[in-house]
Design a protein around this ligand. Structure first.
Ligand code: GLN
Length: 532
């Protein structure tokens, strides 16, 4: 088994996760079987309880693990399917160590960061090192080198390398090479100091991925090579991408990253087969047509809050040789009235969310899409607001609401299941992960999916209240997908509308380049057919 560790230095937000994912793409296209792991040094057990302001999107895996959004990059950029074993936080490490201590597993010893915490971390790397499944494990360490929280992870990696042998490991350090305008120069000092920090704890990177606004010339590459103790070939330039993150694998390949890593690990592989990837990038960069899609949400100013949704739109649009102009609309700005904000869009997408802020604005947007026959895709909360809207404005149930927003709603069309009513803890207590949905025959959903049963990922507490099913059905609201026993509504559509689909689950977690999710693809096709 071969191991690649990816650390980051100087500042955060350098795109370490993307670099790791893009390297995974290249290795996979060389025929290697790749798996990823992310270490997050914070003390939360998982990011499920964190606000999007703190953390961006929470990415949900098949097994229901609520994880860091980098796992989304990993799954989108490769064929790997991850589980809760692939994201380890300090919170999980300490939880496990303390549980063992309480059980008496340490037999009276003093429990310490070294070796007990570091052993726990090393075990997690070993756990996924299954040679029958993978050739390479790529482990990304969250945070920035020098952070106190990150130290146990780096120490564990140092020990691990000693155990498996340096010939089986490559350490990559993603760093910033800033351009100082006054001096008209790129500066290597922050990188040198970041590497010095790593060396202090016994880690020597073999590869530098240098994020920089300007190209690195030979002299600078030599300087970085010499001071950071890596070969000149291992100084990899990573400029900002021009158009799309999907260019990253191509850029890193042009810099020779994948060939270098394979040489360093002694892996004999052919050059990567990049034709399909290039074709996909080409259709993202140079589409023949463009459409405008509105996303009406609560966190539209945060780039990362709806990451998987924006990526899914990109995948679907590329498959139709189409580019997307996103119109991001703050749901709260629609509370008083839509005021023409949706007049020029070819489709309306309402993402998931929690809490009542902006909900009335989303309900207005759903009404606009229904009445004006604008294609609509509702995801999770986006389905719940569409349901409330239809109940209020078509079925005449003025008091319709979700009990999330009004505990005593006169008509609780969205409400808690009995089993959720008792739940007190906030962490990992929702309906999570992949569940089957049975698709109703003769519906638009059946046409779109081309299948009678689908598997989709969930993250919600509230459900459609089946007491309202008949009444709403009579007026044109069809439940086109349910749980296999028929008790839970998973997918709804409006009969008198070209494309009004909304699901209780999150299809955005299963879309990839060259493999767009059917609901997104159908949405883009409908948007293209819709004249604005
Ligand atoms: N707040 C809603 C629920 O808990 C929707 C959740 C979501 O959109 N992910 O059911």
């Amino acid at each position: 088994m071969k191991y690649i560790f990816v650390t980051g230095g100087v500042v955060s937000s350098l795109g370490k996760g993307l670099a790791a994912a893009a390297l995974g793409t290249l290795l996979e296209l060389r025929g290697l079987r790749v798996v990823f792991q992310k270490f997050d040094p914070y003390l939360n057990v998982d990011p499920g309880t964190m606000s999007p302001f703190q953390h961006g999107e929470v990415y949900v895996l098949n097994d229901g693990a609520e994880t860091d959004l980098d796992l989304g990059h990993y799954e989108r950029f490769t064929n790997c399917v991850l589980s809760r074993h692939n994201n380890l936080t300090s919170g999980q490490v300490y939880e496990s160590v303390i549980n063992k201590e309480r059980r008496g597993d340490y037999l009276g010893k003093t429990v310490q960061v070294i070796p007990h915490v570091t052993d726990e971390i090393k075990n997690r790397i070993r756990e996924i090192s299954d040679e029958s499944k993978y050739d390479v494990v790529i482990t990304e360490v969250g945070g920035t080198t020098g952070d106190i929280e990150g130290l146990p992870f780096l120490e564990a990696i140092r020990q691990f390398i000693l155990e498996v042998g340096t010939h089986n490991v490559v350490n990559i350090h993603v760093t910033l090479v800033p351009y100082i305008r006054a001096a008209r120069e790129l500066k290597t000092k922050p990188t040198q100091q970041s590497i010095a920090k790593l060396r202090e704890i016994g880690l020597q990177p073999q590869v530098l991925i240098c994020r920089s606004e300007r190209p690195l010339d030979d002299e600078l590459r030599e300087k970085l090579s010499m001071f950071c103790n890596v070969s000149p070939r291992a100084v990899i330039e990573a400029a900002d991408v021009k158009h799309t993150v999907y260019e990253v694998p191509l850029m890193l390949h042009d810099e020779g990253l994948d060939g270098l890593i394979c040489d360093q690990l002694g892996l004999k592989t052919p050059e990567p087969e990049l034709a399909n990837w290039r074709k996909f990038v080409e259709s993202v960069v140079n589409p023949k047509k463009r459409i405008r899609i509105a996303v009406v949400g609560k966190y539209i100013d945060l780039q990362d809050a709806y990451k998987s949704i924006y990526e899914s739109l990109t995948h679907a649009a590329a498959s139709q040789d189409c580019g997307i102009d996103l119109k991001l609309i703050d749901a709260e700005s629609l509370q008083e009235g839509i005021d023409g904000q949706l007049r020029d869009v070819a489709g309306v997408l309402i993402p998931g969310g929690f809490g009542d802020r902006g909900v009335e604005g989303k309900i207005k947007a759903a009404k606009f899409a229904r009445e004006n026959k604008v294609p609509y895709l509702g995801l999770c909360l986006g389905m719940q607001v569409a349901t409330i809207e239809f109940a209020r404005n078509v079925c005449g149930l003025d008091k319709a609401n979700s009990t999330e927003f009004d505990k005593d709603a006169g008509d609780p069309v969205i409400s808690l299941l009995e089993e959720q009513r008792e739940v007190q803890n906030k962490g990992a207590s929702m309906r999570l992960g992949t569940w089957p949905t049975k698709i109703e025959k003769g519906t638009l959903a059946e046409k779109i999916y081309g299948s009678g049963e689908v598997l989709e990922r969930h993250r919600h507490r509230y459900e459609f209240n089946m007491d309202y099913r008949e009444r709403m059905h009579d007026k044109g609201f069809t439940i086109s997908g349910t749980s296999p026993d028929g008790s839970l509504a998973e997918l709804i559509e409006l009969r008198d509308h070209p494309y009004f689909l909304a699901c209780q689950y999150h299809p955005e977690f299963q879309s990839k380049p060259n493999k767009p999710h059917p609901l997104f693809k159908g949405f883009i096709q409908a948007a293209l057919a819709h004249k604005t």
